[in-house]
Ligand binder design. Structure first.
Ligand code: NAD
Length: 334
């Protein structure tokens, strides 16, 4: 299977490593920064700066998109219409209309789309999902997730038009899809933010279809070096906390302990280990394996759209002061 990779920035570098380690063959890259491209792939594959030209000349089966958010839709649409399957970094698109456009073109062309919601592949998160599925902690009643960061991202992330919003539409998307991965579909969203659609801080309350409640809290306002992305679950028979995911990669947390659980009245440290960068690699490899096997990916159109829909609901809630039922955003669900 031939793969072309667009974008060799922070996350593109990890995708590059994952593609090289997978059974797929890298056939081209698209990157505007020629020095970065040369340092990343040398003479291994041709380097392009135009997506159409890249597809025409390298004829990939898969186009992997690691570009700023506003480029996800045009690149995905071009690739799908050229007969390629598409792997998109999160978020699927910078807004809901973009997700629906990708959905429509995927349906029309019959091509597959995978979205890299990499934290679903973080071993402690999968272990937590297993504890839920096994019934060991009973029914989930509350989910609490944090994204506390010290210092703002720069570059294209300073332009809300390229991001499709602020922190919530960027790193916050990991909190959203993890909430649905653990708690199931969200029924409604109530949110407050400092500045919706270019927010530096937000609090979301989620009402899940299961009856569970969730809180997601995020902000850029921590002291330098802070990266706190913990998850806590309160369930009828137990409690679980995952101390962090990217927090360990960023160096704010150290040590081997990732997950603690209180089951049958006793708190215990779980031996599960996991690393954020490995979750990105696993996510890329899983989608490529699914494309190769002709299967729809575990995280695809429906999950990608659902995450962006919750972000949009949060923006509408913060703008209007209303609780937003997800049914308002369901018109063209996958
Ligand atoms: N899964 C994660 O944890 C995670 C982490 C970081 C970023 N991301 C996602 O990955 C995507 C990229 O983010 P990043 O942090 O790698 O950004 P980045 O700025 O580090 O890299 C983007 C790269 O794209 C290149 N580029 C920009 N426009 C281009 C164009 N028209 N044609 C070809 N190349 C172009 C830039 O030169 C740059 O090298 C975003 O969707 C982001 O949300 C995900």
């Amino acid at each position: 299977m031939k793969v072309a990779l667009c974008g060799l920035g922070e996350i593109g570098q990890i995708h590059l490593k994952a593609i090289r380690e997978s059974g797929a063959r890298l056939v081209a890259v698209c990157e505007l920064d020629r020095d970065l491209a040369a340092a990343s792939v040398g003479d291994e594959v041709p380097v392009f700066s135009d997506i159409e030209e890249m597809i025409e000349q390298s004829r990939p089966d898969v186009v992997d998109v690691c570009l700023p958010h506003h480029l996800h839709v045009p690149v995905a649409v071009t690739a799908l219409r050229s007969g390629c399957d598409v792997l998109l970094e999160k978020p699927m698109a910078a807004d809901l209309a973009g997700c629906d456009e990708i959905l429509a073109v995927a349906k029309e062309t019959g091509q597959r789309v995978g979205v890299s919601h990499n934290q679903v592949h973080f071993d402690p998160h999968r272990r937590l999902r297993h504890l839920i599925d096994s019934g060991d902690i009973g029914e989930i009643r509350s989910i609490y997730e944090r994204l506390w960061m010290g210092g703002k991202y720069g570059g294209w992330r300073e332009d809300a038009a390229q991001v499709g919003g602020g922190l919530l539409m960027d790193a916050g998307v990991h909190r959203i899809y993890m909430a649905e991965y653990l708690g199931g579909p969200v029924r409604s969203v109530t949110a407050v933010m400092d500045s919706p659609r270019s927010e530096d801080a937000f609090v979301l309350t989620l009402d899940f279809e299961s009856g569970a409640l969730g809180v997601i809290q995020g902000g850029y306002h921590g002291p330098d070096g802070v990266f706190d992305d913990r998850i806590e679950i309160q369930a009828s028979e137990g409690m679980v906390e995952v101390l962090g995911c990217e927090a360990f990669f960023e160096g704010d947390l150290e040590g081997d302990l990732r997950l603690r659980a209180r089951i049958n009245g006793v708190w215990a440290e779980d031996p599960v280990v996991g690393h954020w960068d490995q979750s990105v690699m696993a996510s890329v490899k899983a989608v490529l394996d699914d494309f190769e096997a002709g299967r729809d990916p575990e995280v695809g159109l429906a999950e990608g759209r659902a995450a962006v829909a919750v972000v949009e609901a949060a923006y509408r809630s913060a703008e209007t002061g209303r609780t937003i039922p997800m049914s308002e955003l369901d018109e063209r669900k996958a």
